[in-house]
Write a protein that binds this ligand. Sequence first.
Ligand code: PLP
Length: 399
Amino acid sequence: MLDRLPVAKTDSLMELGRLMKADPRPMKVDLGVGTYRDEAGTIPIMRVVKTAERSILETQTSKGYLGPSGDADFCRMLQDAFFPDLSAQRDDRVARIQTPGGTGALRLALQIAAEASPSAAVWIGTPTWPAHIPLVQACGLRVETYPHLDASGRFDASAMAQALSKAAPGDVILIHGCCHNPTGVDLDPEMWGAVAAAASQAGVTPLVDLAYPGLGDGLEEDVQGARTLLDQCPNLLMAVSCSKTFGLYRDRAGMLLGVAQSAKAAANFGAVAASQARLLWSNPPDHGAAIVKTVLSDEGLTADWRLEIADMRERVNGLRAQLAALDLGRIDLGPLEAQRGMFAMLPLEHHEVVRMRQDHAVYMDASGRINVAGLNAANIDAFVTGLRALAYEPQAASA
Ligand code: PLP
């Protein structure tokens, strides 16, 4: 039977990692996978995470199952960290479930959407994070796309409005909560208001993918758009990832939050989510969520976590400003300064991405997406030299 399996689709970032590993050059610039890197080029463990882990080691008394819904305190603390005092919470119209990372939350959300409306479409602005479309398809839902950016590289509000005007009740619109992956281009407050109004009017449920809060303009600032949807939409799903904001990638901590029109519908959503989770992963992993709970239940640790996030954000935004100030002729990096989050799409052709790799050992996704946080004082010159060589070489030579 296994020999009849279709050949697995290659994952371009995994392939990039393989090429990089095989590259014998001593100085390689890794701008591929979307993990935050510090100035030393490492994926750091946050101070607060280490402190919380020490405390868990000493105080944890059981490794028993958490149950399919996970740790209710973790979920409530995570919600309150980003969205204190929700009106839907006051009316008991919110239910939460702990998930293995943001991906688990997205998968569960889409599974539930398929259960509610099997013929629903999920509307997605493209380009998007590469897992979004396969996740929708894996749940048997239809994918409908619209352009995320207009010709000038700004968020295409009219394309989103047009998509919503074509959407049917029961459909879902998947929106990046902040720090759009891969473009770094987010909605402004007016656009968030327009989406909330149009989605509510069309009976479309927003599915907010909140994976990078704190890495754009600030912990509060980055969730304002999501907050607008939470306050205004009668139905909403939100996938929250702790992978980036707590640096817990491998510990798989996340949450799916659902807002419904009534307390009864919210409670039923929670029960359906738990029964679906039972079939997908049975019980969520505890360690990452226990760390987040330990941090968020201690004022001092929470304050320190906020400082650590601020340092990460300032480093990324500093790199953005540095890149935007470069004069690279036809390769205009100016827009990077106003964009937010770890990612940016460089205005490069595919063959130029390959040249960066072959001639300068700079590794980035085939689409031209870079992880800005992969740059540091030791490798930025190699990156800029590569771009400059592309920008100023005679055009005929690059054809
Ligand atoms: N959503 C987006 C846009 C992402 O970029 C990622 C991870 O890269 C995720 C969700 C899911 O992250 P995780 O499953 O590691 O929590």
